[in-house]
Design a protein around this ligand. Sequence first.
Ligand code: PNS
Length: 180
Amino acid sequence: MNKVIAIYPGSFDPLTNGHLDLIERGSKIFDELIVAILRNPEKQPLFSLAERKEMMAAMTERWKNVQVDTFDGLMVDYAVSVDASAVLRGIRAISDYEYELQMALMNRKLAPNLETVFMMPALSYSYLSSRLVREIAQLGGHISGLVPELVEQRLREKMDPAHKFADLQLPKKSRTGKKR
Ligand code: PNS
């Protein structure tokens, strides 16, 4: 039997623990899973395509049948170009369903042999979205537990570039103002 290649397309701006949960589930049922990060010239993302790809590659390294790639244009064209026969999408709540159904049926119209497979992330991630993570981070809220530590750190650096240097050992001044 031919191996089943699936793509998991999305913006991943940023990658969340919900995405990782879905990738892990997908890696168990597909022979190969390609996480395909969309380059959307119409949207101004928080993280560049290169940053998103680098973070995704680091966080999915542990699953040997998972690869990370980027794409632009029609998702179905990309799927055909990598010989994928399935598209993985996550459904968190019924509110996702309408949009996902519309997209799946439109993609089926464009590429009848490509199947969309919906999977549910763990219940604990059912309220999680990249949009909310971005908003909370931008407003200074806590995002630990919602995104991998690497992403949390990168978000902090984006919001406050000085944070990047916080760990550097700066010479401390004594009370007299002299450097110690
Ligand atoms: O993470 P997102 O933003 O929900 O992902 C949406 C995505 C990337 C799957 C969708 O916007 C997409 O497939 N875009 C590529 C352009 C395309 O094929 N559009 C037709 C969709 S029916």
